[in-house]
Design a protein around this ligand. Structure first.
Ligand code: FMN
Ligand SMILES: CCCCCCC(=O)C(=O)O
Length: 388
């Protein structure tokens, strides 16, 4: 039986750099390499976080406070990392987080990511702020599993149109991001006066939408480009949303819905009460509230509050297989990676994303097996100790 860890033998036997991209297998090194390749603006946008970036650092530091305690002689020959989350079968508990504006990283952007994810059977969550229309990303993914991430705009008709398009394009689950109705104070971008959207990147799904076009007097051309941008700025997010508004969403999406950006157990309970099927414990990779709790530190209480009643997903800081084990031990059913694959995309396009997925999943499987674990369902708090 083939396993995700076979990639290790493939590298030892054939090396990297011929058939495989010559990228490091330690994914923590990708950020620096991407910095040497990308423009200062694009790298600043992706690597940057909110304010002093304290939360981004805390996200990583939180993983270091936990240690895995390996167990021996447990017959780990037969291993299976597959899981099912919100009705989607997955080869491992790893998904690709919604990352908008991917054409600042590589010209093929989300299309390259879709091809890599589909080849690996990994679920791609496609952002409303994608550089390419979600229909084109779906076409690139083919039969690949895909979820749609909604930035809930002020205009309800536009939101309904986004949902209808996502459904028609075969997105099976809906992720609603709550933590970014407006951009945080992001010094790296402010210092360079850089925002991709103002350069027409990340707005494709708005500009091609029939409801959006009607509001700006027809297809977006040179003539109405400024008006279109102003309409986008006015509509992108809605700070007046409350928990009551979720009923509107629940009525319009008949598949699973997960709320992204949950950090407090009471919010997780409210999500379940509102008929949501999952929560994503995330602080947006430290990009929104500077000084916020590390996402990993928020995870156990959220999982305790809703586990068994809703799927619990986690992101913010995942870079290695052992990070995935720790997040699962602390209550997650699956994790999302963001920057890790974004850097792979920057460095190697489709092959770069595939490389990241293969490395992370092989690392995860080996880490589990060497710790005495054969299935994600076996991972619980007993696997960890707090590092003193
Ligand atoms: C460049 C960039 C763009 C992002 N765009 C989106 C987006 O469009 N929608 C969304 O919900 N989250 C977005 N995120 C946040 C990710 O989905 C995810 O929460 C975060 O990257 C996880 O942290 P990590 O990068 O440490 O893995 C973005 C993150 C980055 C780095
Ligand atoms: C106006 C806010 C757009 C944000 C879209 C991309 C994103 O989520 C990010 O973190 O950057």
């Amino acid at each position: 039986m083939s396993s995700l860890a076979d990639f290790q033998n493939e590298i030892y036997l054939n090396g990297l750099g011929d058939a495989l991209p010559a990228l490091p297998t330690d994914l923590t090194r990708l950020e620096e390499l991407a910095g040497a390749k990308l423009s200062a603006q694009a790298h600043g946008y992706v690597a940057g976080s909110a304010g002093s970036e304290a939360t981004a650092r805390a996200n990583r530091a939180a993983f270091d406070r936990w240690r895995i305690v390996p167990r021996m002689l447990r017959d780990v020959a037969d291993r299976d990392l597959s899981v099912e989350v919100l009705g989607t079968a997955m080869p491992s508990p790893v998904l690709l987080a919604p990352v908008g504006v991917q054409s600042i990283l590589h010209p093929d952007g989300e299309l390259a990511t879709a091809r890599a994810a589909a080849a690996a059977g990994v679920t791609q969550i496609v952002s409303t702020a994608a550089s390419y229309e979600i229909e084109k990303v779906a076409e690139a993914a083919g039969d690949g599993p895909r979820w749609y991430q909604l930035y809930w705009p002020k205009d309800r008709e536009l939101a309904a149109s986004f949902l209808a398009r996502a459904k028609a394009a075969g997105y099976s689950a809906l992720v609603v991001t709550l933590d970014t109705f407006t951009l945080a104070w992001r010094p790296r971008d402010l210092d360079q006066a850089y925002l991709p959207f103002l350069r027409g990147i990340g707005v494709a799904n708005y500009y091609t939408d029939p409801v959006f076009q009607r509001a700006v007097g027809g297809p977006v051309t040179e003539e109405n480009r400024d008006a279109a941008l102003l309409h986008w700025v006015a509509n992108f997010g809605n700070p007046s949303l409350t928990w009551d508004d979720l009923a509107w969403l629940r009525e319009r999406w008949d598949g699973p819905i997960a709320l992204k950006g949950i950090q407090h157990p009471d919010d997780a309970r409210k999500a379940v009460d509102a008929g949501m099927d999952g929560v994503i414990v995330s602080n947006h990779g430290g990009r929104q509230v500077d000084g916020a709790i590390a996402s990993l530190d928020a995870l156990p209480a959220v999982a305790d509050a809703v586990k068994g009643r809703a799927a619990v997903l986690f992101d913010s800081g995942i870079r290695t297989g052992s990070d995935v084990v720790k997040a699962l031990a602390l209550g997650a059913d699956a994790v999302l990676i963001g920057r890790a694959y974004a850097y792979g995309l920057a460095l190697g396009g489709e092959a770069g994303v595939r490389h990241v997925l293969r490395c992370l999943q092989a690392d995860l499987e080996l880490n589990m097996a060497l710790s005495g674990l054969t299935r994600p369902s076996e991972i619980d708090l007993d696997v960890l100790v707090r590092d003193r």
